[in-house]
Design a protein around this ligand. Sequence first.
Ligand code: HEM
Length: 376
Amino acid sequence: ASVYPFFGAHQAGIVTPAQDRLHFAAFDVDDTLDRDGLMALLTEWTDAAARLSQGLEVAEGGAVGGSDYAPPVDTGEALGLPASGLTITFGFGPGLFADASGADRFGLAARRPAMLEPLPRFQGDALVPEISGGDLCIQACADDPQVAVHAIRNLSRIAFGRASLRWSQLGFGRTSSTSTTQATPRNLFGFKDGTANVKAEETATVDDQIWVHASDEPAWLAGGSYLVARRIRMIIENWDRVQLGEQEMLVGRSKGEGAPLSGGTEFTEPDFEKTGATDAPLIDTNAHVRLAHPTTNGGARMLRRGYNFVDGNDSLGRLDAGLFFLSFQRSPQQFIDVQTSLARDGLNEYLKHVGSAIFAVPGGVAEGEFVGQALF
Ligand code: HEM
């Protein structure tokens, strides 16, 4: 079982090979929290996350080593389980830098990254406020769902009285590879997802497209990234009535191999100019891979790290299923450009974006520091 270091130049859980399970949580800071309280919370979260990701209990004493007359410091459900590749990644939402009334109770307004704003409204958005936004976020990824849930549960518990859970999302199957060592998984449309993703091994691209540079604004975010989360509901039942050929046309790739419809195998670059017998392009003008491709978007790329979800069913008997899209990029503009281009995406007939959030993900944590310390 994998154990990933918590401390380092960048936070874990970004270029880390995508684990199989996710528990993602967004928090609102409580009204009474002040600057010192926020720093204390981040310090306690850092200590706890560093321990949890090494397979340790959240604090010394743990689930059964403390007093019989006090609630255990660790909730206990991960006792006996290995670290399971757990990574814990923290992010700061726009609300941390000034609340809706413009009040700057943490004294951080002048430090707000100019691009850290709620995303613009995109065509087709059907956002539900209760599952959007958040002042803080924690992404917990692991190969065992119990380990990921244990992390979020214990970190939420630490935040009690300072920050409250706003919304959270479980994911059960990665929809991306972030390393060339991984096989490409499939999303709930049944297509390989992650083929053309930015991979950890492409170090020059990761540096250019994923990490914020010291020369970018603001400098405190150097070594960090911007995280976009979108809860995308899939209208599965309608999709399942679409002919195979049309499904492939909408994506622009074959369903079995994941090869571009212009020919070749999974990792062949798509040829968007190539035409077939009717002189029509082999990859449709509204195909997802064409509209999402860097050549359509001024070279913009992103590191996708999303998960499948099924949260039961709705009252009409349809699965409440979809893709919990997560992407990391050096600037939110990369996501905005691609999502704007996807307005024409043929897949949209089978999709509904219902949740949206954006976070600045600070750089890596050095031992003895707390996450985001450079901000304060
Ligand atoms: C590629 C599915 C939403 C950005 C792909 C591929 C599939 C896919 C099957 C081809 C394989 C691959 O290269 O990974 C989906 C589904 C979505 C969705 C089912 C919604 C539920 C999005 C969103 C964005 C996005 C919201 C960003 C705004 C991309 C990018 C590529 C891609 C950048 C790679 C394009 C390339 O370089 O060839 N997607 N996607 N996708 N998708 Fe999506």
